[in-house]
Ligand binder design. Structure first.
Ligand SMILES: [Zn+2]
Ligand SMILES: [Zn+2]
Ligand SMILES: [Zn+2]
Length: 108
């Protein structure tokens, strides 16, 4: 509820890039390692594996690029994570019918 982090505010599924197919950790594919679950970077759509995976490529991506926010892309999971503040968030639910895609980001 009290989030010290601005990064995670107002994030919805549509804030993230469409997921690549097939969904995989590219670095793991290259290195031949196995991932446990996958994370997607908000800034660039990079998909990397979580810290339970040997590669920890999502965290390495943050270290390399400084992209602060990722989300879980595992089915049914809606949480987000900010590496800078080390806080978890959750994607806001998208109304099924009444989509309010109005420009409410109007901070000039
Ligand atoms: Zn943050
Ligand atoms: Zn990986
Ligand atoms: Zn990124």
């Amino acid at each position: 509820m009290d989030q010290p982090c601005e990064h995670l505010k107002g994030l919805v599924e549509a804030s993230f890039a469409p997921l690549p197919t097939p969904l995989a950790c590219e670095e793991c594919l290259k290195e031949g390692t196995q991932w446990v679950s996958l994370r997607e970077c908000l800034s660039c759509g990079h998909v990397g594996c979580c810290d339970s995976s040997p590669g920890k490529h999502a965290t390495k991506h943050f270290r390399k690029t400084g992209h602060p926010v990722m989300r879980s892309v595992m089915p049914g999971q809606r949480w987000t994570w900010c590496y800078v503040h080390e806080v978890a968030g959750e994607l806001a639910p998208v109304p099924a019918t009444n989509k309010k895609e109005s420009q409410s980001y109007g901070q000039a």
